[in-house]
Design a protein around this ligand. Structure first.
Ligand SMILES: [Zn+2]
Length: 74
């Protein structure tokens, strides 16, 4: 399943959810319950949201591979 990134239009809370594509547009903000807006930037999630608390290592922006083995790293 893909990971989607959401931002709440009401309180600004950003979060990520591992959801089926059928449920991708029906996620609500865990803080206030407002329908969240889905963001498109799946590949930049690891570097763009340090507040998520995840332990994902940084990955190549262009292909998502480990930077040490990516030929296209920036
Ligand atoms: Zn909210």
């Amino acid at each position: 399943m893909p990971i989607y990134e959401y931002t709440c239009p009401k309180c600004g809370h950003a979060f990520e959810e591992l959801v089926r594509s059928a449920d991708a547009d029906r996620q609500k903000c865990p803080k206030c319950g407002t329908k969240a807006e889905r963001q498109i930037s799946v590949f930049s999630a690891a570097v763009a949201s340090p507040s998520s608390g995840g332990d994902l290592p940084p990955s190549c922006r262009s292909c998502g591979m480990d930077p040490s083995s990516c030929p296209n790293r920036m």
